[in-house]
Design a binder for this molecule. Structure first.
Ligand code: ADP
Ligand code: ZN
Ligand code: ZN
Length: 735
């Protein structure tokens, strides 16, 4: 064991740049087991911090008298491959190793130098051979009926926690003393409520021809031994399949093949609350082999799921973006479901993109990457081997999409939309109405002087929420009472513009709602509580008929067989943002909603209300023309040097004073010079939470070099006078 360990102390300070050398004391060295990934309590800057070993060494430049010694080893360690992943991530996203390592720690380790979660044990009972023999009809062992029932249950079900046997402790102890059952303390995995513990059912269905065709190259890749895959690109697949084409079944069978080859699997879903069906299908197929990781689990549960994976007891990790850090052993397959979802981007530091991290992990482990979507990103189409599923499993066509021009409309619902909704009610069916804004109206203005109500912290319009009798800021949460008179001129004539989910809900209730035809709303206001989203979705699912109105969540991943109408209101709202992904988002929104309509026996129909009926994204979505849309979009991006033809890096300087933000941005502008890149700005961004912001945007064809150049410049400026007055943040691949 080399005596020197290189450690990253887990501090959030940006200025601290490890790793630092420590001397392993003989006691720790002798105990063995300290390696890359070990968690050690280390003295650092006068405190004791948790540190992660990132390298071992035989020698150091630090003079012996200044070498400190770690104090204790904490269990469990971080797997070495995750340490490598974190170090890569720190560079890739201009963050620090400590912050990146913070993402791969065992749950509960955090920055505390003592583990807060422990393995839980439980008393477990199991029938012995003698016990089984005693159950035989001709056995002469004396058993009461209750004792017989307990032993029989254990013989049939295998080991059970003592508390689940139905017998009290004394009775179990007596059976154990007679050698009929074994009682012992074992480690026990805390399972999340609702987890299909031990369930293992659901034989795979016969694949359709298309499913078989797309699965073949994936299986062939999975069969190649580690290290012999050759070109990594051949192992990265994009499953592009219309909604209902059976993508999940392809994931399941690919996962099965990976397990059979002795390899582990990671399955990423955009959001657990919106993917209960996907999670349930993996659990139904693979039982306890599946570990579910997400933030709503208790810490004990999360630790146990992590630990089960780390020890190889569970071999499939399912979860949202952070599950890309799951300690899966011998990783062989990484699945990214609904790969177009923006939720894969993390907004904290490091601002990682789980899709990119997934690709890196797959590459690191020589594993297969399988991303899937009905509306894949142009980036993925460009970079991955595309596999197509063009037919729904049930053989039904996609519903027709009609575009309704709203330029002359006086009411938020087009007459044709109203007629279609009335028809749905007459037929006792269901409709989904998608509005991209929550609240009642989008903004308020004074009819007399034109004053617009804005957030005092953020320079954005305040949104009216009638139920709360307030106008609120959707960025910082600021709120005030609904104004009755203009604060600028005193006029009592206040105009409300635009219609959000709250207002549309009201319009629908007035137009068609009644007790037999409920109107349910789903958005961040109704779905904030734990389980809120699921509650509304279940209610809609159980209702015999009705309307679900809400923001984008209504178009995501659920299967309602009896929805016959999908409506998108203000479909071009997403297009009005100055964002190069606007077209892609709009296309995906319409196409995803089309996937929700007409899943059952009835014919479906989709209506798209818009002010720009000719926008390419809307026209293509109306024709279900994903290929045409992607082709056009890739051409446009190539012409404008947007991803995937260049990487974007955004640097934001923020400060209370505009001058400070501007100075820092200017200082950065002078220092950065990424090779071949275009630098745009500094340009002002709207004020957010009381902070003025300036941004630089870099379009870089050579990503690595540009990221390194930016990191160097940001470090230098952060230490300068101009930099200290502002807060600098770097976002590689901003959304
Ligand atoms: P996607 O993920 O592409 O939207 P799903 O995997 O949810 O599609 O499949 C849609 C429905 O078809 C599901 O109810 C699924 O159980 C079913 N299904 C998938 N493949 C088959 C198959 N080969 N045979 C029969 N039913 C299938
Ligand atoms: Zn006014
Ligand atoms: Zn605000």
């Amino acid at each position: 064991m080399p005596p020197i360990v290189r450690i990253e102390p887990l501090t959030t300070a940006r200025a601290v740049r490890g790793p630092f050398d420590y001397l392993l004391p003989p006691a720790l060295a002798a105990a063995g087991g300290v390696g890359v990934g070990s968690l050690l309590a280390v003295p650092f800057a006068g405190r004791e911090l948790l540190g992660v070993v990132v390298e071992l060494a035989d020698a150091t430049d630090v003079p012996a008298e200044r070498l400190a010694e770690p104090r204790a080893v904490l269990d469990p360690a971080v797997p070495a491959d995750l340490v490598a992943l974190a170090r890569w991530m720190a560079d890739e996203y201009c963050s620090t190793p400590a912050r990146a390592l913070g993402l791969v720690l065992p749950p509960g380790a955090g920055r505390a130098v003592r583990p807060r979660v422990r393995v839980r044990t439980a008393l477990v009972a199991e029938a012995t051979e003698a016990g089984r023999a005693a159950l035989a009809p001709d056995a002469d062992t004396k058993l009461t009926d209750r004792q017989r029932a307990v032993v029989a249950r254990l013989a049939a079900d295998g080991a059970l926690p003592a508390t689940a046997t139905g017998a009290d402790h004394g009775s179990l102890r007596r059976l154990a003393d007679r050698g009929l059952i074994a009682l012992e303390r074992r480690e026990r995995r805390r399972r999340p409520v609702g987890a299909a513990v031990g369930a293992r059912a659901a034989d795979p269905p016969r694949l359709t021809d298309e499913q078989r065709t797309v699965l073949a190259p994936v299986l062939a890749s999975l069969r190649k031994p580690v290290g012999e895959s050759g070109d990594g690109g051949a192992r990265r697949f994009l499953l592009h399949g219309v909604t209902g084409s059976g993508k999940t079944e392809v994931y399941l069978q690919a996962a099965e093949a990976a397990l059979n080859a002795g390899r582990g699997v990671i399955v990423l879903v955009p959001e657990i609350a919106l993917a209960p069906q996907t999670v349930a299908r993996f659990q139904a197929r693979f039982g306890d082999t599946v570990a579910v990781l997400h933030s709503q689990l208790g810490q004990g549960e999360r630790f146990d799921e992590w630990n089960a994976l780390n020890r190889g007891e569970a071999r499939i990790a399912v979860g949202p973006r952070s599950a890309v850090f799951a300690p899966v052993r011998n990783l062989g397959l990484v699945i990214v479901d609904e790969e177009h979802e923006p939720a894969y981007k993390h907004e904290g530091d490091p601002r990682y993109d789980a899709r990119r991290v997934a690709a890196w992990r797959a590459h690191q482990a020589d594993a297969v990457l399988l991303s899937g979507s009905a509306t894949p990103r142009p980036e993925s189409v460009h970079a991955l081997t595309r596999l197509r599923l063009t037919q729904r499993v049930d053989g039904r066509a996609l519903p027709p999409v009609d575009v309704l021009d709203m330029v002359d409309a006086r009411h938020p619902l087009h007459p044709e939309t109203r007629e279609a909704l009335a028809e749905v009610r007459r037929a006792n069916r269901k409709a989904i109405v998608l509005v991209n804004r929550r609240g009642w109206s989008n903004f308020l203005s004074c009819r007399a002087c034109g004053h617009v109500w804005t957030c005092p912290q953020c320079d954005v319009a305040l949104v009216l929420h009638r139920a709360e009798n307030a106008v609120t800021c959707h960025h910082c949460g600021y709120r005030e009472r609904i104004p009755q008179t203009c604060t600028a001129c005193g006029s009592a004539s206040v105009a409300r513009h635009g219609a959000g989910t709250e207002r549309i809900e009201q319009e629908l209730i007035e137009a068609i709602g009644d007790p037999a035809f409920p109107v349910l709303r789903l958005d961040a206001d109704t779905g904030t509580t734990r389980g809120g989203v699921q509650r509304v979705l279940t209610e809609f699912d159980r209702a015999p008929a009705g309307v679900l109105v809400g923001t984008q969540v209504v178009a995501k991943g659920h299967d309602f067989p009896d929805v016959t109408l999908g409506v998108v209101l203000d479909a071009d709202a997403t297009l009005r943002f100055p964002d190069f992904r606007a077209e892609e988002r709009t296309f995906s929104l319409v196409a995803q909603l089309a996937g929700r309509a007409g899943r059952g026996s009835d014919d479906g129909r989709v209506l798209v209300q818009t002010l720009s009926p000719d926008a390419p994204s809307i026209a293509a979505a109306a024709k279900h023309d994903a290929d045409g849309f992607l082709r056009g979009e890739l051409q446009r991006r190539e012409a404008l040097a947007y991803p995937p033809f260049a990487s974007l890096i955004r640097i934001t300087a923020s400060a209370e004073d505009l001058a400070d933000a501007t100075n820092a941005a200017n200082a950065l502008r002078e220092r950065i010079d990424p090779p071949d890149a275009t630098v745009l700005g500094p340009a002002p961004l709207f004020r957010l939470r009381g902070r003025e912001r300036m941004q630089l945007l870099i379009k870089a064809p050579r990503r690595r070099a540009a990221v390194a150049d930016v990191a160097r410049a940001v470090d230098a400026v952060a230490r300068s006078k101009a930099g200290r007055a502002a807060n600098l943040s770097v976002d590689v691949d901003p959304q």
